[in-house]
Ligand binder design. Sequence first.
Ligand SMILES: NC(=O)C1=CN([C@@H]2O[C@H](COP(=O)(O)OP(=O)(O)OC[C@H]3O[C@@H](n4cnc5c(N)ncnc54)[C@H](O)[C@@H]3O)[C@@H](O)[C@H]2O)C=CC1
Ligand SMILES: N[C@@H](CC=O)C(=O)O
Ligand code: NA
Length: 439
Amino acid sequence: MSPSPAPAAPRPPLRVALAGIGVVGGGVVRLLETNRDLIARRAGRSIEIVAVSARDRHKDRGIDLSPYRWEDDMDALVAADDVDVVVEMIGGADGSALTLARHALGAGKALVTANKAMIAHHGLSLARLAEAKDTPLKYEAAVAGGIPVIKAIREGASANLIARVYGILNGTCNYILTQMERGGASFADALADAQAEGYAEADPTFDVDGIDAAHKLSILAALCFGTRLDIGAVTANGIRGLIAADIREAEALGHRVRLIGMAERDQNGLYQHVQPCLVPADHPLAYVPGALNAVVAEGNFVGRLFFEGAGAGAGPTASAIVADIIDIARDEYGPAFAMPVDALDAAPVADAGARVGKHYVRLIVEDRIGVLAEIATAMRDAGVSIESFIQRGTDEEDGVVIVLVTHEGPTRAIEAALAALAASDHVVGTPMRMPILAL
Ligand SMILES: NC(=O)C1=CN([C@@H]2O[C@H](COP(=O)(O)OP(=O)(O)OC[C@H]3O[C@@H](n4cnc5c(N)ncnc54)[C@H](O)[C@@H]3O)[C@@H](O)[C@H]2O)C=CC1
Ligand SMILES: N[C@@H](CC=O)C(=O)O
Ligand code: NA
């Protein structure tokens, strides 16, 4: 009998530096401490925080950072010989986060980031740097928070041609919409709650104006379609223009309002749009409440995949970041966008105005003779056919609320009609248009 081989020497710990100890950074410290032993067994080696850095050393974060070396200087954090992985949780597309990311990858260190703005704007150049240095660039937390959707698409669905990916990509907006649905909090109060829960971006206009969802959508599109990231090609309309009557009327029409990011690739090119939409009340996306996110990806062999889970908050986001760190500890990583950057192709931007569908239109008008004729004329002149017309007779929002549902038609025609109506002296504020999704 031959002697059994000597047991393999245990692998050295993976040494991690954390940059930015706010909502997400605090969650990562807590998770690495709480599940330390389990994580070490799963990773095949221990994962040690060796250094931390943020703007204010003395801020009370409710966690004890004294076991870890504090670095005021981000460059020193990156340059330290005892750091294998840099975790960027600062935020912002450019500035300190980008400098840190470039230095970390340039020094051959692994980079884990939660920063969708930075990946959406600079993901390709960072991925090139990672390739040149043969080091990992991981960003699971950047899209749909705790949902492991990057891993699922990058790995689990990697054999499929994906033609369409869509979903609820911003927890703050979904939280606000759900609160409005319940008829409780106002828009402003619901946003304040979302901020207090740690869901919102440092600048919440990124959430409510659809920009954060656009960042995430552009990343998903690159991964799903094998195309070059192109944040400039994503159009974003947020939820700021919604009023309580929109939520109510959508419900009366058998739908719910959701901020939907949708990317589709066909023979016309790549369509990427974030906008509030009416979702049929029996579609799974209509049931996604609070700060949850959901992503639907349609693969040509696997069919429809539906992922749901917490899209924001300390715990779920930390879960995604630490999963990336564990992959690095196991040496399980590949190109950031599932193929080398040079293999990604450029897709022309599809003409969004040519997309055909039904639309919900809401106007607030002065209660006077001739207004309805004016609406009908604008629709006729633009070639928009009206399926139904609702005027409840209530006076709110400084006027009378009128809701139209159009027949199927090109978006461009409805936009032209609404532009004409927005210029009318009898229409108050900006008309609201939402596609009615047939999913
Ligand atoms: N909060 C959430 O639910 C989620 C956040 N993210 C992303 O995670 C990142 C961090 O978000 P949060 O933790 O919510 O933000 P936060 O504002 O709570 O924390 C940011 C941290 O970075 C530090 N920081 C900011 N500017 C700095 C600078 N110039 N130099 C050094 N340190 C600086 C701050 O001191 C703070 O410790 C962002 O990219 C965000 O988009 C991603 C998914 C979910
Ligand atoms: N502000 C974001 C946080 C996660 O990405 C959101 O609300 O979804
Ligand atoms: Na994720």
